[in-house]
Design a binder for this molecule. Structure first.
Ligand code: FES
Length: 217
């Protein structure tokens, strides 16, 4: 088949991922290689990201949904390797069954709709984290009681990240770490100066332990 080289590329890429993960030990999982960059991922977070984002690309862009749990129940190096090997193996099988006309079809890149961004226990109650969808930075906030909110991660006052700010779950707001403006997490409207413009808000959906953000075209 004319596009076998693409299938072979994925086959070698998945081996590369597993080979790199095999270099780590369990004790390395919480290590943040760039210790001065709070936004840089730890080894464990990168493994989660690889599992989640690869599933996302295949489902949303290629229409290949392997219909499985994509993260290991226990987050150890070996369990990540086994789960990723299983899922990527099933994706590879799906690719091997596609004919030339499928490879020549149009892929949907940015019409993302619901995007899975985290698991509920990835952030504690009253915490925020940055998630990135198609390069767009979003602050995901856990208000507690199963309620999550998502707003633009960039403060409307200047270029600082709200995901690094303090969440007030009772007030349902987040405080910018730079100059202290607080933003209503339901509306994105600033409640205190110096910010005067609202930040964008996004719908959030929780299904079981999976957290999705709604992104429009
Ligand atoms: S950058 Fe956020 S309040 Fe100034």
């Amino acid at each position: 088949m004319r596009y076998d080289f693409l299938v072979e590329t994925y086959a070698s890429e998945r081996i590369k991922v597993v080979s790199v993960w095999a270099e780590f030990r369990d004790d390395d999982l919480e290590v943040r290689p760039n210790s001065v960059d709070n936004r840089g991922r730890s080894v464990r977070e990168q493994m989660v990201h690889q599992c989640v984002s690869e599933d996302l690309w295949f489902r949303n862009m290629l229409g290949i949904d392997i219909g499985e749990t994509i993260l290991p129940a226990k987050e150890t190096r070996l369990e990540f390797i086994k789960k990723y090997a299983e899922c990527s193996g099933n994706r590879l099988s799906a690719l091997q069954q596609k004919d030339e006309s499928w490879w020549e079809g149009e892929a949907q890149f940015f019409d993302v709709g619901l995007v899975e961004v985290a698991r509920t226990d990835d952030l504690g109650e009253g915490e925020a984290m940055k998630v990135v969808i198609e390069g767009y930075e979003i602050a995901l906030v856990n208000l507690g009681g199963g309620e999550f909110r998502a707003v633009d991660d960039i403060c409307s006052h200047a270029h600082y990240f709200l995901s690094e700010g303090v969440v007030d779950a009772e007030e349902r707001s987040i405080e910018c770490p730079k100059h202290g403006s607080t933003f209503d997490l339901d509306t994105g409207v600033p409640k205190t100066l110096p910010a005067t413009a609202p930040v964008a808000t996004f719908g959030v959906k929780v299904e079981g332990d999976r957290v999705f953000i709604e992104v429009e075209d």
